[in-house]
Ligand binder design. Structure first.
Ligand code: BGC
Length: 770
């Protein structure tokens, strides 16, 4: 049987990550992030291929077109299942899944099982931190745990596919879906995508606790103009290849067997009508033999607006005249499975008769779907491994909940900590204040899967558990409206501020829990400002005026613009949306049980007008310089940089990253070179540091980013302990894609930077020989 082989070294490295180091000097030879990127794809299994071909030979055209159809639960009819419906999404009730599957297997002519899919984005029932938070952990183990438990819980109800990982690199924090992937860097996204795919699929996704993964959304969905979801993307070829495709490639190399195409158009060509991406690159160059499903109604969105009724909700990109044309374009471009709209199913026979699509292409699409169903073991085991009544017992098991707590605390980023306000002493009286302080709903973040508000331990309860007798005041209420124009922010009144101030005054220290609600990020939730919603900044100032030591704990699905906050809050902890264990994880960090070690996976701007602002930008002819005028800058922003840079994050201890060494001063185009750094805990507490390695190509045929992350390793060190971390750089690191989409390695100097943020200036150089 066709299997994924996770190389032993990779599995060991992933499992060993995060464990505390032994005292003394430890040398790491291959960093864990490099290992997570090792390919695991295996060639197709012949016995599966012959089973697929035998089955395909028995199928009628109607059955083939049904196999291509993917419907949401509310559109599924028993009759369509009997006709051979291919797949169903978003049903999570185990009894309903079992019954639908029974009809498919027992009552359809060929008994082909259906594939049940769901968006397990950061947990199914045990909700982990949002993926942007997991990105901040700089720890593949966190991403791995999230999907390992997410797959186990999903599979328990009968699901066999997940629309994850979401791997859309984004420089656009106004876009609500920046919450769903690992931020602005392709390398970090690639490493975590590979770890997620391995966790979802395991060695063999026919296993009872595994699913097939579906990285999404192909491609460049993370750069919608103005940050408005679904909006147009205009993109140079080099950027597409250098910034947006690498995480997809990493996910495919890790074995991902399905892919979702995107809603957005790139250079006028929508993702689900994009032959170049789906057929030439994914299925051709990358040899992907699984199937591509369209995003929700993305096939019908290829159409033009009906001329007489432009508001009918049927307006689309206008690259296809009508339904049949959209179906032909999607199928011919590489869509194998159509989600929600039904154009390929409805018009397939007509299009075939008119010679606008071929039987060869229909067979190819169906073959790909059946291949995945065989690999998933659905023909032998079409049902969930548990009876419906038992599935509930598989949820929120102690190991999953413990992993969620660990993931949440490892994802938190200490942005500032003036006067070492944090950690707090739990024996003192702690007030927990703010609209997110005693809140279950918002802690789950967007894409909460099958998570339930009542599963969440609030910040107040977590703090009160470790600092008994804690007090609480809400301050104000944020808005949870789903309707974009109706009071989208909330916290518009200061009526509760006096009570909050009184509660702060009666305490020794204050945890101020502010930020966004979960409705403010995720799909179709873009914002035009990155400010703290409503009057929360005033609440910070009111608490500050009490003179009590306080820490601002921020919950958000995006980087917020903190220009007006940094001066008023001495300690700021970015907690993202931490999931079901929000309270315990916040308490762990606030009271110092866990020393924060997360780093920013996105730049935090001063204000929204700087956006897009990202560390991996190209140089300009006139780089920003605040001392002179005629260069690239905003005259009304005090700095050339973001407020907090990519890779930034503090700890309760101090570290030194030093001694950058290269194994050689030159390298051949096909060779490799090692770069090592020494990380020392120079403070008095054990803690985590992320050694980060960046490169820059100062002279190239196209202008290169000023820094590109090419290696990282999160290490845990005791006081005084030192560790050497070694990274290997090869052509995949010092080469780049040009504007023809060709990967080139050019001779010349490469600068290597190492440190603990993207600002690091410790530098060495080597030369790539001719
Ligand atoms: C989203 C996808 C998701 C799909 C199914 C779409 O609206 O863009 O990310 O997988 O719905 O829920």
């Amino acid at each position: 049987m066709w299997t994924f082989r996770v190389r032993a070294s990779v599995a060991v490295a992933i499992l060993a990550l995060g464990s505390a180091a032994a005292a003394g000097v430890v040398a790491t030879t291959q960093s864990s992030d490099e290992q997570a990127l090792q390919p695991t794809r295996q060639p197709a299994d012949r016995s599966v291929e012959s089973k697929v071909n035998r089955l395909l030979a028995q199928m009628t055209l109607e059955e083939k077109l049904e196999q291509i159809q993917l419907l949401p639960d509310f559109m599924v009819t028993e009759e369509e299942v009997r006709n051979g419906l291919g797949s169903v999404l978003s049903v999570t009730d185990p009894a309903r899944i079992r019954e639908l599957q029974r009809i498919a297997v027992e009552e359809s002519r060929l008994g082909i099982p259906m594939l049940f899919a769901f968006d397990t984005i950061h947990g199914f029932r045990t909700i982990f931190p949002i993926p942007l938070g997991a990105g901040a952990s700089f720890d593949p183990q966190v991403a791995f745990d999230d999907h390992n438990y997410g797959a186990r819980e999903s599979a328990a109800v009968g699901l066999k596919q997940t629309y994850a990982p979401m791997v859309d690199v984004s420089h656009e924090p106004r876009w609500g879906r920046i919450a769903e992937a690992a931020g602005e860097d392709p390398y970090l996204n690639a490493v975590l995508a590979a770890a997620r795919v391995k966790a979802i699929q395991g060695r063999d996704y026919s296993a009872r606790d595994k699913l097939v993964a579906s990285p999404k959304h192909l491609a460049a969905y993370g750069e919608p103009e103005s940050g408005r979801d679904y909006n147009t993307t205009d993109m140079s070829v080099q950027r597409l290849h250098n910034l947006y495709l690498p995480p997809f490639k990493a996910a495919i190399d890790a074995g991902a067997d399905t892919v979702m195409c995107s809603f957005n158009a790139i250079n006028g060509v929508p993702g689900c009508g994009n032959r170049d991406l789906m057929t030439r690159i994914l299925k051709g160059e990358w040899r992907f033999d699984g199937f591509v499903e369209s995003d929700w109604t993305a096939v019908s969105e290829l159409r033009a607006c009906p001329p007489k009724n432009p508001d009918a909700g049927e307006c689309g990109h206008g690259v296809a005249e009508d339904g049949p044309a959209a179906a032909a374009l999607a199928l011919n471009s590489g869509v194998d499975s159509e989600m929600t709209s039904t154009l390929i199913r409805d018009f397939g026979a007509q299009l075939l008769a008119e010679d606008r699509i071929s039987m060869r292409r229909i067979d190819d699409a169906v073959r790909r779907i059946l291949r995945i169903k065989f690999r998933a073991g659905l023909f032998e085991n079409p049902y969930a491994p548990f009876q419906p009544a038992e599935a509930e017992q598989q949820m929120l098991l102690p190991d999953a909940v413990a992993a969620a707590r660990n993931a949440a605390s490892r994802s938190m980023v200490l942005l500032q900590n003036e006067g070492s306000v944090l950690p707090f002493d739990p024996s003192k009286k702690t007030a927990v204040i703010g609209p997110l302080a005693r809140n279950q709903h918002d802690m789950l973040g967007p894409w909460w899967g099958a998570g339930r508000d009542e599963d969440v331990v609030t910040v107040f309860d977590g703090i009160n558990e470790q600092s008994p007798g804690a007090t609480y005041a809400e301050g104000c209420k944020l808005s949870n409206t789903e309707v974009p124009h109706e009071d989208p922010e909330g916290c518009g009144s200061d009526a509760g501020f006096a009570e909050a101030v009184a509660v702060a005054q009666a305490a020794d220290q204050v945890v101020l829990a502010l930020g966004e609600t979960r409705e403010m990020s995720g799909e179709a939730n873009s914002r035009s400002t990155l400010d703290l919603p409503g009057r929360q900044e005033e609440l910070i100032r009111a608490i500050g005026a009490t003179g009590k030591p306080f820490a601002l704990v921020l919950f958000s699905g995006r980087p917020l613009a903190l220009e007006d906050v940094v001066g008023d809050a001495p300690a700021i902890l970015e907690a993202w949306f931490p999931g079901v264990q929000a309270g315990p994880a916040v308490a762990d960090v606030v009271f110092g049980k866990v020393n924060p070690g997360g780093k920013l996976p996105v730049s935090i701007p001063y204000r929204v007008g700087q956006v897009p602002i990202y560390y991996n930008h190209e140089q300009t002819g006139r780089p920003c310089n605040k001392n002179v005028k005629w260069n690239s800058q905003h005259r009304d922003i005090p700095s050339c940089s973001p407020l907090f840079v990519f890779g930034h994050g503090l700890s309760y201890t101090t570290f030194e990253v030093s001694n950058l060494q290269l194994s050689s001063s030159t390298v051949s185009k096909k060779g490799s070179i090692k770069a090592s750094v020494t990380v020392t805990n120079t403070g008095s507490r054990a803690g985590d540091e992320v050694a980060q390695l960046y490169i820059h190509d100062p002279v190239a045929s196209i202008s290169q980013p000023v820094r590109r992350l090419r290696g990282f390793e999160r290490v845990t060190l005791n006081p005084g302990e030192t560790r050497t971390v070694t990274f290997t750089l090869d052509r995949s690191d010092f080469g780049f894609y040009d504007n023809r989409g060709k990967f080139v390695v050019e001779p010349g100097q490469i600068d290597v930077y190492a440190g603990n943020s993207s600002n690091s200036d410790m530098k060495r150089s080597f030369t790539v020989r001719r």
